[in-house]
Ligand binder design. Structure first.
Ligand SMILES: [Zn+2]
Ligand SMILES: [Zn+2]
Length: 171
């Protein structure tokens, strides 16, 4: 979805879009869309800057950080992103001040690509270590068995001295 600035009122307007699964690619091997993505918000024009403020709702699928099972992750988040025309960005001398502002993007002055913004915000909303459940036992580091489903005999071997040495080396 694109926002064309010349189609907006002088000070801005509203935008809304629903992406079907498959309409938006997240370009991330570990995060998948499993439901439509709803985005809506307001566009505000302020001199050379354009500010998009809105909310996002989506259903993602990620893998459990311990057992690698797929986990559904509903996302509901708000965002504010500022866009600056490429030309004024180049002409400006005060870049040091701006670099701290992570929510600043450069655009061509005519259209804003909302897909990129949505993709970025969705990936940012994924927590670092998602678990299928707080009590997930994870995979056995020795034989790879899913400890939530069955047990193995590796536990007792973990006390093996060679294994202990290996663990020390890894730390
Ligand atoms: Zn798990
Ligand atoms: Zn095992």
């Amino acid at each position: 979805m694109r926002i064309e600035l010349d189609k907006l009122e002088e000070h801005g307007g509203r935008f809304a879009h629903v992406y079907d699964v498959g309409e938006l690619s997240l370009d991330d091997a570990e995060v998948r869309l499993v439901g439509p993505v709803e985005v809506s918000g307001r566009v505000r024009r302020d001199g050379n800057e354009v500010v998009l403020r809105g909310k996002l709702q989506a259903k993602l699928e990620v893998v459990c950080g311990r057992c690698l099972k797929p986990v559904e992750l509903p996302i509901s988040t708000g965002f504010t992103e500022r866009f600056v025309r490429a030309i004024s960005w180049v002409a400006e001398d005060q870049h040091e001040l701006r670099e701290e502002d992570l929510n600043l993007a450069v655009f061509d002055g005519e259209t804003i690509e909302v897909d990129d913004l949505v993709r970025e915000e969705l990936l940012l909303a994924v927590p670092v270590n998602v678990l299928c459940g707080e009590k997930c036992q994870g995979l056995c580091p020795v034989c790879g068995i899913d400890r939530n489903l069955s047990n193995c005999q590796c536990e007792s071997n973990e006390l093996d001295s060679r294994w202990e040495k290996l663990k020390e080396l890894q730390m």
